[in-house]
Write a protein that binds this ligand. Structure first.
Ligand code: GUN
Length: 282
């Protein structure tokens, strides 16, 4: 029988830990941690994410500012807002929701955020720190996956891990986090040859490519651990991941469901990063 990795439950535990930490900061007469969230344009999915980030801040006692900007905003005006928030004392973390409209250079915006307020962990300084094993901000989705593995006491030492998907947000940083914990990582992508051979040999398979039922039961070995980072909608409009959960879960020892697996962890880790940023100034 496979064990289900319950990201919803773990994220509730993490949020409660953070709420208590924030309470302590305020009891000590210090100001609350503060997060600024910027959204450009009308992407409905982005709106849902941003609203839930602000709602979570409120629930945990974290101060938040939400900026909803017109999709036509110029790059210069957006960079100006980032700079204003870089210099604002009440703000410990700045998050610019991606993707941005085509006329804005995402890299430029990410690099404009002060590394010590980059709670998304996307700035090259924070990614560089991750590579050399120094303390910095870790991007929230891979950080959430690492936290799930830790809280389920899944030993990574010497384990063969295959990641499918090499994005800057998930696959690449995750490959480094796992390497830092002594796993042997194979980072696969759309040009990878004989993918099934690789996933079949893996102790842990992590899929983050955004294709419904991409990972099938013939691609995983008995007793393996499967982490599903996908968020897709199937033909019926139902939320589903990248894994053929019904069949793959018959072979695994641990598996994350969608929804309720990796997804809820991302906001929890964002809150954790925001409090970390605040604590560094106390
Ligand atoms: N878009 C999708 N995921 C993320 C995320 O973790 N952070 C930001 N800023 N944008 C996203």
């Amino acid at each position: 029988m496979t064990k289900i990795i319950d990201g919803k439950k773990i994220s509730i535990e993490i949020k409660e830990e953070i709420r208590l930490e924030v309470e302590k900061i305020i009891k000590n007469g210090k100001r609350a941690p503060g997060l600024a969230v910027i959204i450009v344009g009308e992407n409905p999915a982005s709106k849902v994410y941003v609203n839930s980030k602000v709602k979570t801040c409120n629930a945990l006692g974290i101060y938040s500012e939400k900026y909803i900007l017109d999709s036509e905003i110029s790059e210069i005006d957006l960079l100006e807002l980032v700079e204003k928030l870089n210099n604002k004392d009440e703000i410990d973390g700045i998050l610019v929701q991606l993707p941005l409209p085509k006329h804005i250079d995402e890299d430029k915006v990410i690099e404009a955020i002060k590394p010590n307020k980059d709670v998304d962990g996307f700035h090259p300084i924070n990614l560089g720190k991750l590579v050399i094993g120094k303390d910095g901000f870790k991007s929230c989705t891979p950080y959430g996956i690492m936290e799930l593995l830790k809280r389920y006491e899944i030993d990574l030492n010497g384990k063969d891990v295959v990641i499918v998907g090499r994005s800057n947000i998930v696959g690449k940083p995750l490959s480094i986090m796992l390497t830092n914990e002594n796993a042997t990582v194979t980072l696969c992508h759309s040009r990878t040859k004989k993918l099934s051979e690789k996933t079949l040999n893996a102790d842990i398979v992590i899929v983050a490519i955004g294709k419904e039922k991409f990972l099938t039961k013939d691609m995983v070995k008995d007793g393996s651990i499967v982490i599903d980072v996908g968020i897709n909608r199937n033909k019926l409009g139902k939320l589903c991941g990248d894994v053929d959960y019904e069949n793959v879960s018959k072979k695994t020892s641990f598996i994350t469901p969608v929804p309720g697996g990796v997804g809820p962890m991302t906001i929890g880790m964002l809150m954790k990063n925001t409090v970390k940023s605040r604590m560094e100034k106390i």
